[in-house]
Design a protein around this ligand. Structure first.
Ligand SMILES: [Zn+2]
Ligand SMILES: [Zn+2]
Length: 167
């Protein structure tokens, strides 16, 4: 995903890249990564505006099943060799003697940031039964809803023992 600075002009220049998913060290990546970007130069800066799209394979936090999530992310990033500019996620420093810009680190970071913290296959996912492990999206199970998790029984016993020991 390298762009030679000599290929960029003051007019918008369009670039298309396809990154093979195996080139990225991201286990969730389910598809190759497409990047469409338009670039233009102004003074010491290069402005990139474009779109990153790919697919992720994620495990649902509620039902544990694998589901696919599409990433379709519009971005703008400026590479600049002006030293006094405040750097942030969208402004990158470009060493003055540099002859090319490699977008791949930015694309990598963007994909990582788009992996959701909460992974849910659907807002209506019913999850898994805590007693029998049935995926409730497929079948309702016969476990009684008010049945107490057996793990609490031993805790209750412990509490009783502690209380009687205090007396
Ligand atoms: Zn789910
Ligand atoms: Zn159940």
């Amino acid at each position: 995903m390298k762009i030679l600075l000599s290929q960029i002009s003051v007019d918008k220049t369009l670039f298309d890249f396809t990154g093979n998913k195996d080139e990225f060290d991201i286990p969730e990546l389910a598809d190759n990564v497409s990047v469409h970007v338009s670039v233009y130069q102004s003074a010491e800066s290069y402005t990139f505006a474009g779109n990153i799209s790919t697919k992720l394979n994620l495990n649902c936090d509620r039902c544990l099943e694998l589901f696919e999530k599409t990433i379709n992310y519009n971005f703008e990033v400026i590479y600049t060799s002006e030293k006094e500019v405040d750097k942030d996620d969208h402004i990158m420093f470009l060493p003055p003697q540099e002859v090319e810009i490699d977008l791949k680190p930015y694309v990598y970071d963007t994909i990582m940031l788009n992996i959701p913290f909460k992974k849910v296959c659907s807002d209506t996912c019913k999850g898994m039964c805590a007693s029998c492990g049935e995926n409730l999206n497929h079948h309702a199970c016969t476990c009684s809803k008010d049945k107490i998790d057996p793990r609490w029984d031993s805790l209750k016993e412990l509490k009783k023992t502690l209380e009687s020991a205090e007396e």
